[in-house]
Design a protein around this ligand. Structure first.
Ligand code: MOS
Length: 727
């Protein structure tokens, strides 16, 4: 099925889609019976793997002495580059899952020790001796920033340079200007469930249970790493304990579990120990960004410049921090630029709203600085520079853009009129009070997605797709979609996800999951309805579905009775027409924050947060609110706490566990509120809905930074805003 534009359809009735729904997988989650990869039980002999990470960042393995480790109790095998074929790189990442002799980054896996128990594997791993020849690597983004070349374009690598008009001369003549440099640090995903895999081979067929957001990427990259055909891999991820991009594809746990299972003939379980996650896997790279804004006295931007440099290992991608600047505000003269320095730190990759979140952390402080210089309210300044057309392609409209509505609604709801434009002018006791605002923008891509829908002989409707639920609520929105299509409730639907044997979806990533996978289920439901109509000798238009009944020319038949003879099943895939490219597809939002800053210690307390989001129809307002609330907490982390500290002599992230890498929790924020703009986007898909998960993070950190400035009069342009930077 090819999607172009949605007309009026069943979802407009707001029966199930659009209504808050409890998670259908909730009881499994809270009772501990949702099985994660590491909890999977098998009826066969199991061994445990323990991964050993490289102790150097760059150089070579000069020798391995595994005699003591091999003779340790319970040890079955030890796998290194010396005793298995060379591991290949996948299509998304450039670091190999098994290093040696060349080492690409610190904690790159150099061995997996396989033993009868986890403890035995761990003990033997401690006895493994690996000798290294350290070479000099590059670990300082700051020292390479000035000489870094432009990045290259390609898959998930946006154009390095975009321009419109004459930025330099417009900026030069602008009456009001901001020209500042902002920095964002390396960040770790720090999701609850560390990477884990259970793998075994059934002859030449590899089975693995793992936590991978996009099974199609996981299978592709595992096949590339092992040099086996994709068809020989069955990957399952029915439940995933959180992920923000680093589980987009397979990591060392999966590749090494598969190798270990192959070599030992056993089923092998591997989890990355928490201290390995930060350096062994991938992270959000640090950026150094220069933002130049030029405006007329009326607040109209005439020049927007945004240049960013980030680092990565050879072959790695840039952190596309200028991406959302290409879509956010109007200005006739524009220049954006991405540079990429080659570093030998662990690989940088996608983390929630990649590029967009750190980019807005810079741009949206700059907007606050400009508002102050102009003497224009920062909400107003953003509205003045709003546009319905793509800023770099003035003929191209947005499919839907309610940014100004988000800002206005947020200002009213939050009590923005109580904010004082004068910094450091509001105080309660020893607490300086301030409010800040930021716009939010995040792309709304969709991808082809397939599903199979079956009317079972017991009358229940079964939905299958290899889509994942990473804690976002996918099970529930797919049940909602199918329920509406057949006039049922979510209680009548069984959803099965996370198995590469099911029809292919694009998985969870890029905020495309909700729109794409519901569209795939919609297509499969239409295909099943066509089949039913065909069997009844009527046309699809003669059929309608409500209250568990199928209505044909005024006659009602229980849906259940149709399948009594045997199940009826249909599979279909939703794809997208070229015409969709006539529009820019983005989601929008506005964040409002109130902070209190202690005037003696400069401790920051976030008091209140409000997010107003514009993402088309909200399929499940309960789950969507939950996503945005989580994004706001994560944004607080980005603003105030999160930073992987680089050891620039040895090339690794020092604070590589949850004791050193600090993240906030919901309880750190006394009041959080989320509002969804009541609107739909006909160009987003049949449900007229877009994703919200990554939108919820963008704009949060700069709103906090701006509130801190409003409270203290101190402008920090270097994240995270720890109290030492305010003293
Ligand atoms: Mo997201 S960083 O695309 O999982």
């Amino acid at each position: 099925m090819i999607f172009d534009k949605a007309s009026e359809n069943v979802f407009d009735q707001q029966r199930v889609v659009g209504k808050p729904q409890r998670r259908i997988d909730g009881p499994l989650k809270v009772s501990g019976s949702a099985t994660y990869a590491y909890e999977q039980q098998l009826n066969q002999k199991l061994a445990y793997g323990y991964i050993v990470g490289a102790q150097i960042a760059f150089g070579k393995i000069s020798g391995i002495d595994d005699r003591k480790a091999r003779s340790a109790e319970g040890v079955i095998d030890i796998i290194t580059y010396q005793n298995v074929p060379e591991v290949g790189t996948g299509a998304f990442l450039s670091a190999k899952a098994l290093g040696g002799p060349q080492i690409q980054h610190y904690h790159q896996a150099v061995a997996i020790v396989v033993a009868t128990t986890f403890e035995q594997a761990r003990a033997a791993a401690a006895a493994l001796v690996v000798h290294y020849k350290r070479e000099n690597g590059q670990y300082s983004l700051e020292s390479l920033a000035a000489s870094a070349p432009l990045s290259k374009s390609g898959a998930f690598r946006p154009e390095p340079v975009t321009s419109l008009g004459d930025f330099e001369s417009a900026f030069h003549r602008a009456a009001f200007k901001v020209d500042e440099t902002y920095t964002t640090p390396d960040q770790s995903h720090a999701m609850m469930e560390p990477h884990a895999t259970l793998a075994y081979w059934e002859n030449d067929l590899l089975h693995c249970w793992t936590g991978v957001q996009q099974l199609n990427w996981g299978v592709r990259d595992l096949a590339l790493a092992l040099g086996v055909p994709k068809e020989k891999i069955r990957m399952r991820a029915p439940f995933i304990g959180g992920s923000f991009g680093v589980k987009g594809t397979v990591m060392s746990d999966t590749v090494l579990a598969a190798l270990a299972a192959q070599k030992t003939g056993l089923a092998v379980k591997v989890t990355l120990q928490r201290p390995l996650v930060a350096n062994n896997t991938a992270h959000r790279p640090a950026t150094i960004q220069r933002v130049q804004l030029g405006a007329n006295p009326d607040g109209k931007l005439i020049a927007i410049g945004h240049k960013s440099v980030s680092g990565n290992i050879p072959g790695g991608r840039p952190e596309a921090a200028v991406l959302s600047t290409r879509y956010l505000y109007h200005a006739d003269n524009r220049l954006t630029e991405l540079k990429l320095a080659e570093l030998n730190l662990p690989e940088g990759s996608a983390m929630r709203a990649p590029g967009e979140a750190p980019g807005q952390m810079a741009l949206e402080i700059a907007m606050d600085e400009l508002a102050e210089k102009l003497g224009i309210d920062p909400v107003e300044l953003r509205i003045i520079n709003d546009t319905q057309f793509s800023p770099e392609h003035p003929d191209k409209p947005f499919s839907k853009r309610n940014l100004a509505r988000c800002l206005k609604r947020g200002a009213e709801t939050f009590g923005w009129e109580h904010r004082s434009a004068q910094p450091r002018s509001q105080k309660t006791g020893r607490w300086l009070k301030g409010m800040g605002v930021s716009s939010a923008i995040r792309g709304a891509p969709v991808m082809p997605s397939a599903a199979r829908v079956t009317l079972q002989s017991d009358g229940r409707l079964n939905v299958k797709t290899d889509m994942t639920d990473i804690g976002t609520g996918t099970y529930t929105i797919l049940a909602q979609t199918a329920a509406d299509m057949f006039g049922l409730t979510t209680a009548d639907i069984d959803v099965q996800l996370g198995d590469s044997a099911f029809p292919e979806s694009p998985g969870s990533g890029g905020q495309w999951g909700a729109a794409s996978s519901t569209a795939g289920v919609y297509a499969a439901c239409v295909a099943l309805q066509e089949k039913l109509a065909d069997e009844m000798g009527v046309s699809l238009n003669d059929l309608s579905f409500s209250n568990g009944q199928i209505v044909v020319n005024g006659k009602s038949i229980a849906l259940q009775s149709l399948a009594l003879e045997g199940e009826i099943s249909a599979e279909a895939k939703m794809e997208y027409a070229e015409s969709r490219k006539q529009f820019e597809h983005q989601t929008f939002g506005a964040h409002f924050v109130e902070v209190a800053v202690n005037e003696l210690s400069f401790e920051v307390r976030v008091k209140r947060m409000l997010a107003v989001c514009d993402a088309g129809r909200i399929i499940n307002p309960k789950a969507a609110e939950n996503q945005v609330l989580g994004g706001m907490v994560m944004g607080l982390g980005a603003a105030l706490m999160e930073e992987l500290v680089v050891d620039e002599r040895l090339g690794f992230f020092v604070n590589h566990d949850l004791a050193g890498y600090e993240i906030p929790v919901h309880a750190d924020i006394p009041e959080q509120k989320v509002i969804f703009i009541d609107d739909v986007d006909e160009y987003a898909g049949p449900l007229k809905a877009k994703g919200v998960g990554e939108l919820g993070l963008t704009g949060v950190a700069p709103a906090i930074a701006n509130a801190i400035y409003n409270a203290t009069g101190i402008r920090v342009r270097d994240y995270p805003i720890t109290l030492d930077k305010l003293l």
